[in-house]
Write a protein that binds this ligand. Sequence first.
Ligand code: SF4
Length: 738
Amino acid sequence: ADTRTMPRRTVQTHCPYCALQCAMNLTVTERPGEPDTFAVEGASFPTNKGRLCRKGSTAAELLTRRHDRLTSPLLRGEDGELHPASWEEALGRVATEIRRIQGERGADAVGVFGSGGLTNEKTYALGKFARVALGTAQIDYNGRFCMSSASKASTLAFGLDRGLPFPLTDLDSACTVLLLGSNVADTMPPFVQHLEGARATGGLIVVDPRRSNTAELTAEGGGLHIAPAPGGDLVLLLSVAQVVLEEGLADADYLQQRVSGLDSFRRSVTQWWPERAQSLTGVGADQIRLIARRLGHAARAARNGGDPVYILTGRGVEQHKDGTDTARAAISLALLLGLPGTRAGGYGTLTGQGNGQGGREMGQKTDQLPGIRSITDPSDRAHMARIWGVEPEALPGPGRPAAQLLHTMGHDDGVRALLVHGSNVAISAPDAARVVENLRALELLVVADFFLSETAAEADVVLPVLQWAEEDGTMTSLEGRVLRRRKLVEPPSSAPGSEGPGTGAPDSGPRSELWIWHELARRLGCSSTFPVEPAEVFAEIRQATEGAAADYSGLDWQLLDDGHAAYWPVPSALLGGESSLTGEPIIGTSRMFLERFAHADGRARLIAITPGRTPAPAPGELTLTTGRHMEHYQSGTQTRRVTALLEAHPEATIAVHPATALEHGLEEGADAVIANAQGEMTARVVWDAGIRTDTIFAPFHYAGQGTANLLTRALTDPQSGMPEFKNTPVTIRPAGVA
Ligand code: SF4
């Protein structure tokens, strides 16, 4: 048949995966009597400039999968298996069990686990559902494992956290970019376009223990690749700061006018002269001085009208038990150079999850209410209580951060029931075997997802939900820009004859989480309203965030539909000018802190940093660091179901330096076992001459024996709750050798 004559519809929307939120045109062709077909192409947009990575360009396959799409609720029967059920049965069981468990053990016996992949409307409604309908303090989300350290560090330093407090396109004109712990060439390839300026002039400095594809970008033009030992980043940054101060490269006027705490910070870094730092970081003193001088001279030129200088961090330096201090050290360096809140450059963190930014400001974080309001501040609590129609005293306080929530659940002192939305903690949480044990010890596990993830497979109740192009919503990208995600198609039905688990049950078919929380709240006897239309929820978000740090009150659905570039805070709909680069009309605040930082006195904070001791690996041990493959996203629940992505990377691999491989008898392509007290992982060895000899690398996207988080520990950063993902002592041996 000639598909050109068949009905087609196209929407401009955004990618279902990472925080770059590339714009795309998504087209469906309706073919009579046959399944619809979809096409994706990159759309013109400042952040992706028309490009998509392999993940984005193949994303439409998620909409066509039928055989393993969840199309009706599933209930675990007495035979131990999951069986199709109606929504009435499933929600009835959930509500009854919640009432029973809370009646026996109190409101906090039920916990909620959310996601940085949910839309703003869902993250907002989830926080409201937990605190108002369930009355529980025990809500947190997978962003705790993602950007919590940088978020905490930015809040301490600037008084407020927005991943990039400037438009991403500002990077295009940079002469120098220090990129710490982020492999953007693999994780968000279209981002690399924004590094071209710095790369071409030799100003790209990449810090990574591996010669990643991003580090490889430094090969041209005289850039630098610095490969510290995992865990060495903090001392490295403090040592660079020491050189900046020692050699008079700091911006004295800026520090005097806009920053507090210089003296105590200076005292704390005095000890980290490069010759002392080199043994702890694995980076030579001459290289440490070179970084400091390059940054210092470039920043001085930028202050005098030259091209700007940026310092950016990613998960590589943030996912540590001292991740907050490390991100603070990067921010401190930027402050010494006089960059944040100026046109001479700045600091930013590259948020990873699709709605990693919005997800952390809408109230699913255990210590925050919507708009980044504090859950312990009386006026913030009173504001939200008014919006939600409850007494302030009825709102719970802060609960346990994610790792603690997961590692105590199922035990006497932990939650006895957990509702999981958009997360696959059986793969993504540290010490994953213990997490699965605890999931099995719960009295009630409810998982809402659109595929049967490894976590959903453990559930007592599985709730099938809508995905990506099946509903409307808003997302907030890594630069704080609020975007419209648009619906194109209806979800698959569970009508008899369609494929998939749960086929044929009456009153079934995937539903939005907004509808699920509305229905559950009603069944739990909650009198507050839970709108089911995203636009209605967004209207409530505007009220909830009015006057807050992350203020969305000046925005509305129509302005977003009209394509305005809206960056929060948006206290009013007044246009903030237009982008000099893109010509788009701008609403809100594209560049933050230009006049003052968000602390009450308007000044940024330098704070003394004292690194703790990180024990060196024992003889025979290596350091495991985890990360991503280009083709997969997060726990792989989606990307492991896309044919081209799975074929490109069907399984976990372990990157090992050839010298290390020879020392441990590891042949390229053969399986190896990595082990420690937490557990074991088995994966195929890939020789990689670009990785340090004391370090091995494994991706964290895979299930079964290839789950890297079987080895990571639940050691957490006391400031942010971030687990230690990047510095795990392990042994390695060929598979089959005891
Ligand atoms: Fe863009 Fe990220 Fe989607 Fe790739 S995964 S297309 S980089 S938003």
